[in-house]
Design a protein around this ligand. Structure first.
Ligand SMILES: C[S@@+](CC[C@H](N)C(=O)[O-])C[C@H]1O[C@@H](n2cnc3c(N)ncnc32)[C@H](O)[C@@H]1O
Length: 371
């Protein structure tokens, strides 16, 4: 006995007074992100042998990766959504040299640039007023002039973080159109403030950082040889069937930044749209997708390594789906045994968007171990 179950059972997993949007995790909105205390407490209580890495196959905004990095432990994250990967990369990178000078230079040049083109984006005029479009497009043009991928990511993240606020969309979590009174010039002020916030929160230029690798791809197309470390522990919150739509949440961010959200939608596990189309997905589709993931995990996780899944239930066509059980059952097929399940209350004040359709107020932390 390694005492892991006993240690985990001693923790109060509700974390009712913690605000997950503070600090570095507040640099960009992301739906259903982890409260940092969840991966933090898992990392601190699992045996993670030296020379192994922590793996998050659905890393989203990179909360697990940040917590691993804070403890000097290497980590690897995968996410299908390019905005997720952008956020994760910036949060786990050192601040580029002269970042704010470059931000200010981008703004200065964007204000005088007359040669920009506005990208062709469906329904753009509905969601963005013309003066706003005419401020975003030259800013993007300036950002793209920087060829250093890290610097470009830092600039793109600043822009991405303000794209809903300067649109006609009511809020990050409500898709109704409203009459936004933001002016073209405000785009530059908001961009500057967002970048300043990023600069304050990310690791300083000179900080020595643990290895983090983030792959922007479908977990079901990920090969074991792409994971460059033996995996000591897996910590993740997978997408729930018929619950969230990460692609929709970031749809206009992806359009503006040059990605195709409709391609992301096609491969997004659990996206609600897949449950309403012709030949709809079912709970069996989710089992099949989890099989695909465990097919990879059983190859890369070390013997006796732990895998932790934070997951809620969902409702498909009126039927309650016990996603934790689906995880446990499919994991067993790949040699991972169920150690324990912890139930936790979700603090609704901190909910990142409306989950009423799924009536989710509890979620489970499913702890598995490879034999
Ligand atoms: C619950 S969220 C993860 C949130 C993350 N724990 C955080 O703290 O931000 C689930 C993630 O799974 C990703 N996802 C959905 N389908 C995927 C797929 N086929 N391959 C990889 N990632 C996928 C979504 O883009 C989303 O970011």
């Amino acid at each position: 006995m390694d005492g892991v179950a006993e240690r985990l059972l001693r923790i109060d997993w509700d974390f009712s007074d913690v605000n997950g949007s503070n600090g570095i995790h507040g640099v960009h909105p992301y739906p259903a992100k982890f409260i940092p205390d969840i991966p933090a407490n898992l990392i601190d209580n699992l045996p993670i042998p030296k020379g192994t890495a922590i793996f998050d196959p659905f890393c989203g905004s990179g909360v697990t990766l940040v917590e691993a990095q804070r403890r000097g432990i290497p980590s690897i994250g995968i996410d299908l959504n390019p905005i997720a990967c952008l956020i994760s990369k910036v949060k786990t990178s050192n601040l580029p040299d002269n970042y704010m000078e470059i931000v200010n230079s981008c703004i200065l040049h964007a204000q005088t640039n007359k040669e920009f083109t506005i990208p062709k984006i469906p329904n753009l005029d509905h969601w963005y007023k013309k003066p706003i479009q005419k401020s975003i497009a030259p800013l993007l043009h300036e950002i793209r002039r920087y060829k250093d991928p890290k610097l470009r990511d830092f600039l793109m993240l600043g822009l991405s973080s303000i794209l809903v606020r300067i649109s006609n969309q009511e809020s990050n979590t409500r898709y109704a159109a409203v009459n936004n009174t933001v002016q073209g010039i405000d785009v530059y002020n908001y961009f500057q403030a967002a970048c300043r916030n990023i600069a304050l929160k990310v690791p300083k230029t000179e900080t020595k950082l643990a290895y983090v690798n983030i792959l922007n791809q479908d977990i079901l197309e990920t090969r074991a040889d792409q994971i460059k470390y033996p995996i000591g522990a897996l910590i993740t919150s997978p997408p729930y069937p018929n619950a969230y739509e990460y692609w929709l949440y970031h749809k206009y961010r992806m359009w503006w930044l040059g990605y195709d959200p409709l391609e992301v939608k096609k491969k997004e596990i659990g996206a609600r749209a897949h449950f309403f189309k012709k030949n709809p997905h079912t709970k069996n589709s989710f089992s099949e997708q989890m099989r695909g993931m465990f097919g990879l995990v059983h190859k890369i996780l070390i013997p006796k390594g732990y895998a932790c899944f934070v997951i809620g239930r969902s409702i498909i066509k009126g039927e309650k789906i016990d996603n934790g059980k689906i995880i446990i059952d499919t994991a067993r097929e790949y040699g991972l045994k169920h150690i324990l399940t912890i139930s936790r209350n979700i603090n609704h004040k901190r909910k990142s968007f409306n989950l009423s359709h799924a009536k989710i107020n509890k979620e489970e932390i499913v702890i598995l171990q490879k034999g």
